[in-house]
Design a protein around this ligand. Sequence first.
Ligand code: SAM
Length: 274
Amino acid sequence: MPPLREVIARHGLTASRALGQNFLFDGRLLDRIARIPGDLMDAEVFEVGPGPGGLTRALLAAGARVTAVERDPRCLPALAELADACPGRLRVIEGDALDIDAPALFAGRPHIVANLPYNVGTALLVRWLLADWRLPDRSPWWASCTLMFQREVADRIVAQANDEAYGRLAVLGQWRSTARIAMTVHRSAFTPPPKVMSAVVHLVPAEAPAGVSARTLERLTAAAFGQRRKMLRQSLKGLDGALAALEELGIDPTRRAETIPIGDFVAIARVMDG
Ligand code: SAM
């Protein structure tokens, strides 16, 4: 394949601020990101927002079969060249990842890999974390998620109770997955450089806690962290069964949401679902 910068120049792919485009060109960095999910030889990968295809190249070089969803039609000719160079290994879908029924694209469980605008990435992650798992053992439709976020959002996903960054995203991110920051990425690695630093978060599904619905946990964390400085007895007042669950579990209702560990949120949701 010709160098990425040459492909971008030939197709006139100037980065669009409206689409949150900050491209990565450093092949070694892209290879490191592509190694985070583990061995990708013949594995299915769902890449969201391939842009001109830098990360896509690294994933293909790692042996993956990639399905990529890209919203910017300007990027499609460059991605088509990549697909031609790797026959049968890259499927490109033009569209908005927020509108696509991603699980329906795969027979097995893909690894998800994405370098997205952070707001789109957060919305998709929350959706993937809360999706009703379609498999009988309630395991998710994805094998792992490797997602670039701005550093501050990455910190929120991996935070623990009492951390400054702890909140709804940490509970949703970790209640049935393990989440870690796999690498930090300096802003200067991107073209154009964003204002803030970035980090790649790696999530792997863990066993789903029994007797807890994603819907209840979603409502519970929305209420608890919607007013995070308030005591639970205040923030959970309007939520059916929540205060009774606190009492049953012996959790002091004068505590604030930011002090409640993830396991306790799961326990509260379980009692509410009871
Ligand atoms: N993956 C490339 C890289 O690492 O250089 C591009 C990253 S750039 C930060 C984000 C990409 O996501 C852009 O190509 C943009 O057009 C695409 N994008 C933004 N919103 C999207 C959406 N809702 N659905 C699909 N792609 C989207």
